[in-house]
Ligand binder design. Structure first.
Ligand code: C5P
Ligand code: C5P
Ligand code: ZN
Length: 454
């Protein structure tokens, strides 16, 4: 069987029902997954409800089973709980891209077909494949790409590849998506240019990141003019001006010699949602994904979902307000890591944010901190307090994966060993473990990672 055939099989099963409960993950990929599935069901004349969850575990599955829905469609999660889903005899379709644990009949997952679920297909991409099989949903490719970019699937190659690329082309054919090489700094559509430099946390710009004055000075020095009192946005600049900024950034980054600076992270493919108004947060896939993360990761998934469903008024405005909070929290989280530093073990490094970083964003902070944490030879593990236990997040990099690192596997095993649950991807994974088991968990994880990369 091929991936497309499996998507077809899942779609056929869905079509036999009148109503479904969609269960999805509380991040940009999860929101777009649910929105794609919801729209596709609506167009197919099937009633649906959507429920967002932080993670899928046994108590939650039991609760869902008790509601006795006609059909459950899991999107962007479920592959880690296949045996439980089967043993509870849930009538379910699982559409996911996390590393699978167990088996289930109606299960769409790229890993089953030798396709990398961290790079080639996201949760929203998987949902899109089913939507296509349900019929004529090519316009939803735009949301699928927002989800893929939200999961950083374009990071490794500086562009989307594999199935993601096919979906991108489908979106281009449907006139909903455009793509080009450009500066990848956040805020190209909406922020005055100096803010792109000042808030550049994905790529650490030595001397500029974190400083408004230095960022403005930098632009003035290379001859970028203001319009009166106002700084223009990236999209307002002339091509030669853009070129000038890019060259200067590369030059100053390279001469700094800092390991966190990588030209590949500065320049790459960017994705434009052609049906959205220029200069808004939803015009650029990366800004759109961050906007969504600002809602769902703060218990406001309903707002993000409404935006995905087309709201450009009330909920959109609310989401934009939440975006400011989210950006602030990320900066504070990064400052926490800078101030407290990380602790090294033999095969990993970690920090414990206690209650200082929200558990739903600690993974993003851990990922971003690799731009200034000096040791790129070790994966980074992060802890955050959570209700009734501890949330674990982890992030690796491509060099480590080449050596054999598989965080999803390591985290899942280490979590199980201390009575928790976890999983994810080779490059990024997470878990929930009992509060008192942190040091035991670290010991096991350190050993496990050591055996992977040796
Ligand atoms: O739950 P989910 O699959 O949606 O999350 C994937 C996570 O993997 C994202 O948080 C994303 O930031 C992370 N990732 C990463 N580096 C990559 C690819 C993915 O940190 N190159
Ligand atoms: O929460 P965080 O962004 O660190 O999650 C990284 C990856 O690990 C995501 O793909 C997430 O879905 C997965 N994860 C998981 N089980 C958990 C926590 C996270 O599979 N308990
Ligand atoms: Zn995902």
């Amino acid at each position: 069987m091929t991936l497309a055939k499996r998507a077809g099989k899942c779609a056929e099963h869905i079509k036999k029902h009148h109503s479904a409960l969609i269960v999805s993950h509380i991040d940009a990929d999860g929101l777009t997954s649910a929105a794609i599935m919801g729209k596709a069901l609506e167009r197919a004349g099937i009633d649906y409800r959507i429920r967002f969850v932080k993670q899928l575990d046994m108590p939650l599955l039991t609760e869902i089973a008790d509601e006795n829905p006609e059909l459950i469609v899991f999107t962007d999660l479920g592959s880690g709980m296949l045996d439980a889903i089967s043993s509870l005899k849930l009538n379910a379709v699982v559409s996911d891209h996390h590393q699978p644990q167990g088996v289930h009949e109606y299960h769409l997952n790229p890993h089953l077909f030798g396709i990398n679920g961290a790079i080639e297909l996201s949760g929203s991409g998987a949902a899109f494949l089913i939507a296509q099989e349900l019929g004529g949903n090519g316009d939803l490719a735009a949301l699928a790409i927002v989800g893929a970019v939200g999961d950083l699937q374009h990071a490794k190659h500086g562009q989307l590849v594999g199935m993601n690329r096919s979906i991108l082309e489908e979106g281009a054919r449907n006139n909903v998506l455009g793509y080009e090489k450009d500066l990848m700094l956040f805020g190209r559509q909406t922020r005055p240019i100096f803010k792109l430099l000042q808030y550049s946390t994905d790529v650490y710009l030595p001397g500029l990141t974190g400083s408004e004055d230095a960022s403005i000075e930098f632009l003035k020095k290379i001859g970028i003019r203001q319009h009166g009192e106002k700084w223009r946005r990236w999209i307002d600049l002339e091509p030669p001006e853009k070129q000038k900024i890019v060259s200067a950034l590369i030059q100053s980054g390279l001469s700094s010699g800092l390991p966190g600076f990588k030209v590949e992270r500065l320049i790459g493919e960017v994705y434009t949602l052609l049906c959205e108004r220029e200069g808004t947060e939803v015009r650029d896939a990366s800004e759109y994904a961050t906007l969504l993360n600002s809602t769902a990761r703060y218990d406001h998934a309903d707002i993000g979902l409404a935006v995905c469903m087309g709201d450009r008024e009330k909920c959109f405005d609310k989401a934009c307000a939440l975006l400011n909070e989210h950006r602030k929290n990320l900066v504070e989280g990064l400052n926490f890591v800078k101030e407290h530093g990380v602790t090294r073990m033999e095969n990993l490094q970690y920090f414990d944010s206690g209650n200082k970083i929200r558990e739903t964003i600690v993974g993003i902070v851990a990922g971003m901190s690799s731009s200034f944490v000096n040791n790129r030879e070790l994966p980074i593990i992060a802890f955050a307090d959570s209700d009734g236990g501890v949330k674990v997040s982890s992030r690796g990099n491509q060099d480590l994966i080449r050596k054999g690192l598989n965080l999803g596997e390591a985290i899942s095993e280490a979590a199980k060993a201390v009575g928790g649950t976890g999983g994810g991807h080779d490059i990024a994974a997470g878990a929930f473990i009992p509060g008192e088991s942190k040091s035991e968990f670290l010991k096991i994880l350190d050993r496990k990672i050591g055996s992977q990369i040796r």
